[in-house]
Design a protein around this ligand. Structure first.
Ligand code: FAD
Length: 415
């Protein structure tokens, strides 16, 4: 707990100390900007979202996190693998065939440990962090955000003023709710049920740390299988919210029923010991109508949440944190913290996020990775780019044209 210093008012306040908040604040502090971060929990705290994708590398590098990750016990991840409802496993998508580039590998992280590492790293870079401090509200003068109201550790309410307020409050989505900015995506109203096992099966060698996505036989859902350190595995099922949660009884019962429908997942945990309770959440896809306003910016899940299928959440948190930081740094330099300045990155970012969303929707619509790359071998690299999170280039749009072509070919065959 650092004392809040009202004499030396922060230039930027950040709500939330997850990956998005830690990223934006570290990059600001690196430029000598006075930044204070407020986190309602005391770290380490539990969080879901354990599989990173390789494009996180570039932001982690700017944050000086790479040596810490390389020295950590986190399992190295080189690929993602898909198993169809009939149990057929496609060839793994290695993130960089044949080459051992640093950036083509990433990690499976226990988020309590990863998020704490990120927050302590922020402190090392000069960010003043306040844990156990809940932000109650964002203060506005007219349309301009001017600070926050907090409940401090002694239960007292205080106001902190700043030039820019960054909302990185995750799915609490403080500003998105306050300003009624939510755009829902009813086609992706999913839910998840998950737990952890010790001693479950792992593939040998380079595939030990692969994320495996296993479709359930009835194609109503899929399992994630994420190997973590200490011989732990995170395993969870994702399906339509109503399918998983309406009228089917306890989460334990539904999880067991879904496992029966996915022999390939069940086989992997046979003989292993379940070591935690069952967790459940809704994971509805949404985004905000706008990423910034005068004096405020949204990043990470506070800006938008995308279905967990391709493990893109932490990447998007890091990326939006980086883009927002650069916009704030430039804005503070020229005394411009308007919406146009703080949110100039929003359009390109949302286009990239939309590419990932489209790939998610294709999967739920029956897209088969193996079949696609056999039909369009030239697109293998583009699919890998999408899966690693290299989303921000227009050339990838051709993939979706080819997916449409393949769909019309199969329709023609069926007639
Ligand atoms: P968070 O990590 O949620 O951090 C927000 C922080 O803000 C929290 O620490 C919270 O305590 C704090 N906070 C909230 N309100 C306040 C307040 N009022 N005052 C102060 N502090 C506050 N992503 C991946 O990359 N890989 C995966 O494999 C993956 N799997 C997922 C599986 C499921 C089922 C779900 C639901 C998500 C998954 N995600 C995954 C997504 C990932 O969890 C998020 O995208 C990521 O955590 C977003 O980071 P963030 O910093 O925006 O938010």
């Amino acid at each position: 707990w650092n004392m809040i210093d009202n004499q030396n008012k922060p230039q930027v306040v950040v709500i939330g100390g997850g990956p998005a908040g830690a990223t934006v604040s570290t990059l600001l502090a690196q430029q000598g900007i006075r930044v204070e971060l407020f986190e309602r929990e005391t770290f380490p705290r539990y969080h879901i979202g354990e599989s990173l994708i390789p494009e996180t590398y570039w932001v982690l590098k700017r944050l000086n996190m790479l040596p810490k990750l390389k020295g950590s016990p986190f399992i190295e991840k080189y690929s993602v693998q898909f198993v169809s409802g009939s149990g057929k496993q496609s060839a793994p998508f290695y993130f960089h065939d044949n080459k051992d580039h640093d950036c083509s590998q990433t990690w499976q992280v226990r988020r309590s440990e990863f998020d704490e590492m990120m927050l302590r790293n922020a402190e090392e870079h000069g960010v003043k962090t306040h844990e156990g401090v809940r932000v109650l509200d964002v203060l506005f003068e007219g349309d301009r955000a001017v600070g926050i109201q907090i409940m401090d550790a002694n239960g007292e309410k205080r106001e902190i003023h700043a030039d820019v307020v960054v909302d990185a409050s995750g799915q609490s989505s403080m500003l998105l709710n306050k300003l009624k900015l939510r755009v829902s995506d009813p086609s992706l109203n999913k839910g998840s049920i998950w737990t952890y096992y010790k001693g479950a099966k792992r593939d040998p060698g380079r595939d030990e740390g692969a994320t495996t996505v296993l479709q359930v036989e009835n194609k109503q859902g899929w399992f994630w299988y994420i190997p973590l350190h200490d011989d732990m595995v995170s395993i969870g099922v994702v399906g339509d919210f109503d399918y998983l949660f309406k009228g089917r009884g306890s989460h334990e019962k539904v999880f067991a029923e879904e496992l029966e429908l996915c022999p390939a997942a069940k086989m992997r945990i046979e003989g292993a010991e379940q070591v935690t309770k069952i967790f459940a959440t809704k994971d509805f896809t949404y985004k905000a109508k706008q990423a910034a306003g005068d004096g405020w910016v949204l990043i990470g899940d506070a800006l938008g949440f995308l279905d967990p299928l391709y493990s893109s959440g932490v990447l998007l948190a890091l990326k939006s944190g980086e883009l927002a930081a650069d916009a704030i740094i430039a804005g503070l330099k020229k005394g411009d913290t308007s919406r146009a300045q703080l949110g100039h990155w929003e359009k390109d970012y949302l286009v990239g996020m939309e590419r990932m969303r489209k790939l998610v929707c294709e999967y739920y619509d029956g897209f088969n990775f193996g079949r696609f790359v056999r039909r369009f071998p030239d697109h293998r690299g583009d699919i890998t780019d999408l899966l690693i999170g290299d989303l921000f280039k227009d050339s990838l749009d051709k993939v979706f044209e080819s997916i449409a072509t393949m769909k019309s070919e199969s329709e023609a065959m069926a007639e």
